[in-house]
Design a protein around this ligand. Sequence first.
Ligand code: C5P
Length: 296
Amino acid sequence: MTSLTLRTPAKINPVLEVLGPRPDGYHELRLVFQAVALYDELAFEKTAEGVALEIPESPVPLAADDSNLVVKAARLFLREVGKARGGVRIRLRKKIPLAAGLGGGSSDAAATLRGLDELFQTHAAPGKLLDLAARLGSDVPFFLYGGTGLGEGRGEKITPWEEGFEFHLVLVKPAAGLSTPAVYRSGKACFTRGDRAGDFRRILRQEDLRGVADHLFNGLEPAAQFLLPETTELKESLLKAGALGALVSGSGPTVFGLAEDAAQARRIADCLEGDGRTVVATKAVSTGIQILKDLS
Ligand code: C5P
């Protein structure tokens, strides 16, 4: 294979519980990941050596250097799995907003690991890719599964769930971003016992959209609202526009609202447009990274 194109989804966290701080500086979490139908696209092409990243049409300045998680993922893969297989040129088309709480960078990193494993036909054991993913970031392993899953530990220990259904939602990302470490460090996170995910799984099994709305919970939400009060306003606006429930996604600042169906999601999205926000009507999906085309 000489080239390969993948697409990789964004995520929301309908349940995110922070159990408490850990000695290693992270926080112990118990959270639900849900993939949503908003995708970044990555094209990989073999080269003689090295890692080159291009980000055409990037909506905002985005480093294409070693600080980019895609470059880190590619270097880590080539060092540990694809030794002496040559290099790679990666073109990244960003659709998932940055610093948004939607896992875009993590998703791109996971897609890079999967893409290089395909491109070089290295057939890495799933456990090896998961290990590399966890070293790149707490959210990265989830994207090797996609769909719906439970995250534990720092969020990197994933149990995929069969449960999950195609509910519709609206994502609203304010113009400003939020830094994940700043959200955790704010002292405003709410610590809970971690017993909400079990109930949530039962609700998913019943495909109970109102139950989903009633059980949304994010222990990082007070921290995101403290650092960026606009997130509180956006949540109120989503509910006023008819969303069944609304919540800050991950460490924010994106707020998502649940909708009855695709038409209502579009109507709610229209109400939230403006002020430099990114507004997307989308839906939960059961898939993860997908191959769009390969040229052998
Ligand atoms: O794992 P990742 O690099 O994405 O984490 C970014 C930062 O978010 C960490 O350095 C830490 O400050 C915070 N974090 C945390 N607890 C977690 C995940 C992330 O405190 N479970």
